[in-house]
Design a protein around this ligand. Structure first.
Ligand SMILES: [Fe+2]
Length: 134
């Protein structure tokens, strides 16, 4: 297991951490699919990507709802970051459908996933600080 909710990614908000744990699980499954030593299956990767996309849609929706209702000052830039991730993830899914499991696609996916993990570590923790001290 390479991707999991390590203590440095925890926000201290139980609901958010629980959802992030699920996200890391989805990410880990997808990463295992692309690095499957037996031979990665294109359909498996596409289906894991679809699961990740729907998970992200629900997670981001939940966060944005909390940000709106708590009047988080950085809600617009945070939402923009979410939208950027979704656009990139959807574009990448199309690329996987067109070109399959190329090294370039795999590397782009790893970079994107790492950006999302980075977002949890810094932006989501910052946002949680805001709701925690209110
Ligand atoms: Fe977020």
């Amino acid at each position: 297991m390479y991707y999991s909710l390590t203590p440095e990614l925890e926000t201290g908000n139980l609901t958010l951490d629980w959802k992030h744990k699920g996200l890391m699980y989805n990410i880990e499954m997808l990463m295992q699919d692309i690095t499957d030593s037996h031979k990665p299956e294109r359909e498996t990767v596409e289906s894991s990507m679809s699961s990740l996309i729907s998970y992200l849609t629900r997670l981001f929706g939940h966060e944005e709802f909390l940000q709106k209702s708590s009047n988080y000052p950085e809600k617009f830039s945070h939402q923009e970051a979410h939208e950027g991730f979704m656009q990139e993830m959807n574009a990448l899914k199309k690329k996987f459908q067109q070109d399959g499991l190329t090294e370039e696609n795999n590397n782009t996916l790893i970079q994107l996933v790492n950006s999302i993990v980075h977002h949890i570590k810094f932006e989501d923790r910052k946002f949680n600080e805001h709701i925690r001290v209110r």
